[in-house]
Design a protein around this ligand. Structure first.
Ligand code: HAM
Length: 420
């Protein structure tokens, strides 16, 4: 590299900066608040794990594992991968820390970057952020309904509208084999017409043919058997029970019998929230049950359900409304060295009370200081000079309407608190 070459962020990875960061922070705060009212606790697993944790849970024949993992060999010769999603790590945590010994259901959330080596496009990045939630130890549909309504409450709280919620059941290990047989029989006559990916899926995981975006595969799957006609008694009752609870909770939904998910660990309930204001990458959140995964990872038989929200897609939707730009509460202007020293003390007091205070540059004229206050769009300017010092008071000016006055120095904090 020549010494003048400039670095830029890697393809598919972005700097998240002001003013957009303020929307991120608002969304993260809302998630924390809403999730806390449902008893979720935060966990922070590392962003890298043993590669096999992902291949075994997400599935060897999925796009994520086959094409998209950031996998490398570390200096100890181990195969490590950057996490492409959060569920596998949370399940590992659950098993490793014996969380099944705590009262069920155990409910957790996480947020942070995920990595998938996909072709970047609007709403699809190689490093993207998720906020996810997982609940362990409850088998009945009530927890599905709770987790789903929590997701919808969160999306509502951040002000997202016009979203649709689609739901399906993909059955369990008991009922899926018969459904797979039915699908194999259905597609056996049209194998030549399927795209190369689907020809492979036919052998490895025929359910994924239902998810293919290639037009001729879409055409060929018209009239394919529906999983909902093959659910066993337990899965059927679970699904019906869940749909009733969603009605009770006022969560409007569409049953989408063709919906499948790109990860293999799902059982029974799967769901997606989509927006028609986004392009082809229109899923803002997705999730489902994974009742077999804890056991698969060496834990006790533990049903579980969760979801993850795609932060970039949510932010994209919220950005159209514009990002709020925070401004200083106070800009401190002063005349003379003694006033400067006194300003430092007062500013320190106000900062420790939680106000955002900017101090003017030492030695600039009052005119220059006032111009800077304007550029900062500070809410209040406080002005301290010799006259004020001798009278023990301070001048204030509100920039929005140029209102001004004088206030005793000890009363500033109360004055600001009442007005900001
Ligand atoms: P997922 O459907 O792979 O599920 O991802 C969830 C959400 O993450 C998607 O709906 C989308 O909003 C966002 N997302 C995925 N890939 C990208 C990308 N390349 N760029 C931007 N956003 C993306 C999971 O990850 C599961 N772990 C969800 C889950 C949790 N299921 C149960 N518990």
């Amino acid at each position: 590299m020549s010494s003048s070459e400039r670095y830029t962020a890697l393809k598919g990875m972005k700097d998240i900066m002001p003013p957009e960061i303020h929307i991120w922070q608002m969304v993260e705060r809302a998630a924390r608040d809403v999730f806390a009212s449902y008893g979720l606790m935060e966990i922070r697993p590392p962003i890298a794990e043993a590669t096999s944790l992902f291949t075994r849970s997400i599935g060897e024949n999925t796009d994520i594992v086959e094409k998209e993992m950031y996998t490398f060999t570390d200096k100890g010769g181990r195969s490590i991968s950057l996490r492409p999603e959060g569920t596998a790590s949370v399940v590992r945590c659950y098993v490793e820390h014996h969380l099944h010994t705590l009262p069920a259901p155990q409910k957790y959330f996480y947020s942070g970057p995920m990595f998938r080596y996909e072709r970047p496009q609007s709403g699809r990045q190689r490093q993207f952020y998720q906020i996810g939630a997982e609940a362990f130890g409850s088998a009945g549909p009530a927890i599905d309904a709770e987790i789903i309504s929590m997701l919808m409450r969160f999306l509502q709280k951040i002000g997202l509208e016009g979203l649709s919620f689609q739901i399906n059941s993909i059955g369990c290990r008991n009922c899926r084999p018969a459904y797979k047989e039915a699908l194999l029989a259905f597609f056996s006559g049209s194998l030549d017409g399927l795209c190369p990916d689907c020809s492979r899926r036919y052998l490895q995981n025929p359910l994924r043919i239902l998810d293919c975006k290639v037009p001729r595969c879409r055409e060929l799957r018209k009239g394919a058997p529906k999983i909902t006609d093959y659910l066993c008694k337990d899965c059927g009752e679970h699904f019906d029970g869940l749909l009733k609870l969603l009605e009770v909770l006022g969560v409007s939904h569409t049953v989408e019998p063709d919906m499948v998910r790109g990860l293999d660990y799902y059982t029974k309930t799967i769901f997606e929230v989509t927006s028609n204001s986004l392009g082809s990458q229109n899923a803002v959140a997705a999730g489902g049950r994974y009742d077999a995964l804890v056991k698969e990872f060496g834990g006790p038989d533990t049903p579980a359900i969760g979801f993850a929200v795609g932060m970039e897609r949510i932010i994209e939707l919220l950005k159209t409304a514009g990002a709020p730009v925070p401004v200083p509460d106070v800009f401190f202007a002063y005349i003379g060295m003694q006033a400067f020293r006194e300003s430092l003390i007062i500013a320190d007091r106000l900062r420790s009370a939680g106000f955002w205070v900017e101090l003017a540059e030492a030695s600039s004229s009052l005119k220059v200081q006032m111009r800077r206050a304007d550029r900062h769009s500070a809410k209040y300017v406080l002005i301290l000079g010799d006259d004020e010092l001798s009278s023990g008071s301070i001048k204030w000016k509100r920039l929005a309407d140029s209102a001004q006055g004088e206030i005793p120095i000890p009363d500033i904090e109360v004055f600001l608190r009442e007005r900001l």
